[in-house]
Each structure stands twice: as C-alpha cells, then as structure tokens.
Design a protein around this ligand. Structure first.
Ligand SMILES: Nc1ncnc2c1ncn2[C@@H]1O[C@H](COP(=O)(O)OP(=O)(O)O)[C@@H](O)[C@H]1O
Ligand SMILES: [Mg+2]
Length: 378
C-alpha cells in the first residue's frame, strides 16, 4: 500500500481542497535579508485579507507589526510559531495564526505556511458565558447579603424587639422568594436551551391558554386595579407548540404589561390569524417597532399573532435591542423581577420557529408581539 499522498492526481486534488478550505492559508517566502512576500493565498485568504497579487509583501495582508515580527522570526529560524491578533473593520474579528516552516525551495529560498483560524465566535461565546456567570452570581448575592444582614440584626439589636422582628421576617421572606424565583427562571432557561434545537410537536389552543394565564394572574391584577381584555380573531387556529412553554411566554409578557400599567389601566391581549410571514410581522403602530427575533428558516405560511399592549411608561428606543438579553433592565426602573422573563420568551419563541417584536416609545405604552407557526390543518 502506498501512502495516500502518493496516489496519482492527489497533488491536484490537494490543490483544489486547499483552494476550497473555508479558512485562510498563506504561503510565505523570504529571501535572505529581504522582507517576506506572499507566494500564494487560498481563496479564503485572498477574500479576507484582500491579497491581490502573488509577490505582494506579507505586510500588505497582515498589517499588525507583532504578527509580522512573529512570522518573520519563524521564517528566519525555520521554527513554528503561533500568534493571536484582531482585525478591525465593520466587524472586529479575532484570529489565531499558526506558522509552520516548510523545506526551502530548490533555489534555497525559505518557505513557511501560515494557517489562520477565525476565533471570533468562540471568543464571543466565552465572553457571554463569563458575563452570564458574573451576572447570575451578582443577582443571587444581593438578596443573600440582605438575608444574612437581617439574620445578624435579629440575633443582636433586634433580639427583643417584637415589632422589628415581624418587619424583618417579612423582608426576609420576600428576599427568599426573590432568590427562589431567580433560581426557577435560571433552571427554566437552561432547560429551554437544552432542547431549543428540537421543534415542539404538540398542538396548542392559544385562546384557552390565554384564558388560563389571565385567570391565574387575577390576584395581581385585582390588587393593582388593572383590567385585562382579551380579543380573539375567529379565524385563529391552533399553533404547533409546547403548551407549558407557551404558558411561560404569555405569563411573562402579561406579567410585565400588568406590572408597568398604572392603577386602573388596561392591558390588551389579542390573537390574530396571519396568512403569511409578512402579515405576521407587520407593525401594529407606525415607526416605533423593532424585531427582537425572526425565524431564520421560515417553514410555515400561516401564523398566529399574539399581541400584548399596555398603558405603561413605554421604553426608550435605545433600550429596545437589549430587552431580551439576560438580566437587562431599563435603568432607573425597579422591576422587582429577575430580568430573565424576556430572555425566556425569546428562547421559547425561537424553539417554536416564531418571531418576537417590540413596539414602544417613551410615554406611549408598549406592545409586545409574538408570532407562531399555525399547526397544519387536518
Ligand atoms: N411592558 C413593559 N413596559 C415597560 N418596560 C418593560 C416592559 N416589559 C419589559 N420592560 C423592560 O424590560 C426589562 C426586562 O424585562 P424582563 O426580562 O421581563 O425582566 P423583569 O420583568 O424581570 O425585569 C424590564 O426590567 C423592563 O425594564
Ligand atoms: Mg418580566
């Protein structure tokens, strides 16, 4: 058996494969005492680093001095090297370059191959993971510190003060509830993410689900004298979905709407049938909307649109894009929530191959819309 590289035609095939590789590969040559030049760049290298001519100086493609120095040194010493760098442009990207020496050519010219790996996504994911952990820990530590503080007070200063004790125990119960809610939301978010790639297969009757959620939320609306009105387009059909998860979506959106609506105000919930994706994502108010999620490979024609509008303070434009980020809250607002509600909504809707929109302006209330693929009709 001969080695695979010895097969006739393998050289040409290898050349083609090199050309097709999604990652940039550059062949560098350097004559003694001259600055290295590019002998070859595969298609990815030519596109990413705008290499136009063979023979161009390496510095024309890789402009960072520390990258050039590393590669020049590797070329001179005939050794391997590795260097990470950043390219700035419309979108900054993070790269890692691996330089590996080759044998000198027949004329004794030194050669080296530089392979580049785009580490932007890995960096971003790593960054998000670290931020998330820091945020979650901080969110848990705040109520925990308050609990610990009250325990200490009850043990010392407030030991024999019945009135203070009652008050502090009340606050402690609230903080414990807050921590429990946070842990519940974190677990629920991680469960949703675990199966986000598996589309749900059940059939859900949204009008009924909305009724159940608004019944469950009654104690809260009663306390705040907020009315919930539900309006259902008779053409609405069931959607493909996971009922428990859709309950979470409706609950979170209605909860927010009720929370931000002033006493005596009204929250409107509506369901409409949409014959196409275009109709589904059509704005309900002009010029104040932003899509927070849209299906990346729409596989449905018919959608059901759920809208929840409130008479709250509204949200300034600059906050809209970040609303569904974990723990993001509009500054200056004491939401009392976990800051995870809209993140949960977004992940559930994404699993359902649906979309999420927000329409809001300061002083004009907010409307959140979710559109979900209608279940195929029997
Ligand atoms: N209906 C609404 N009206 C005004 N602001 C809202 C509304 N819904 C959400 N927000 C803003 O978005 C933030 C994130 O919402 P959410 O993820 O549900 O977290 P939480 O309700 O726990 O604070 C809220 O803290 C609030 O600042
Ligand atoms: Mg919320």
């Amino acid at each position: 058996m001969s080695e695979v590289t010895d097969k006739p035609g393998a050289g040409a095939a290898a050349q083609t494969i090199l050309e097709l590789l999604p990652e940039p590969v550059i062949l560098v040559r350097g004559r003694e005492g001259e600055s290295p030049e590019i002998a070859y760049g595969n298609r990815a290298a030519r596109e990413v680093f705008r290499i136009e001519l063979a023979g161009a100086p390496l510095g024309a493609a890789l402009r960072r001095p520390e990258v050039l120095e590393t590669i020049e040194a590797a070329l001179e010493m005939g050794s391997s090297a590795e260097v990470a760098f950043e390219t700035i442009g419309v979108q900054p990207r993070f790269w890692r370059a691996f330089a590996r020496p080759l044998d000198a050519d027949a004329g004794g010219v030194r050669q080296l191959v530089v392979m580049l790996r785009d580490e932007t996504d890995a960096r971003r994911t790593e960054r998000m993971r670290a931020d998330f952990l820091a945020n979650a820990s901080h969110e848990l530590r705040t109520p925990l510190a308050s609990l610990a503080g009250f325990v200490e007070t009850l043990r010392t200063h407030a030991r024999d003060d019945t009135e203070a004790r009652e008050k502090f125990l009340g606050i402690m119960a609230q903080q414990a509830t807050r921590m429990a809610r946070l842990v519940d939301d974190l677990l629920s978010l991680s469960r949703i993410e675990l199966n986000e790639h598996i589309a749900p297969s059940g059939k859900v009757d949204l009008p009924r689900t909305i009724q159940d959620v608004s019944d469950a939320i009654k104690p809260l609306t009663g306390e705040r004298a907020v009315t919930i009105s539900v309006e259902v387009d008779p053409k609405v059909t069931p959607v493909t979905g996971d009922r428990d998860q859709l309950v979470q979506v409706i609950q979170n959106l209605v909860d927010n709407a009720v929370k931000y609506t002033p006493r005596g105000g009204r929250v409107r919930v509506s369901l409409e049938a949409a014959a196409s994706l275009e109709t589904a994502r059509a704005p309900s108010r002009p010029g104040v909307g932003l899509s927070l999620l849209s299906p990346d490979s729409p596989d449905s024609h018919a959608y059901v649109v759920l809208r929840i509008s409130d008479e709250g303070p509204g949200i300034a434009r600059q906050h809209l894009p970040r609303l569904s980020e974990r723990f993001y809250r509009v500054e200056g607002q004491r939401s009392g929530g976990t800051g995870l509600g809209l993140a949960i909504v977004k992940h559930v809707v994404n699993r359902h191959r649906g979309g999420l929109m927000v329409e809001s302006a300061e002083g004009e209330g907010s409307t959140f819309s979710v559109y979900l693929p209608a279940a195929p009709q029997a």
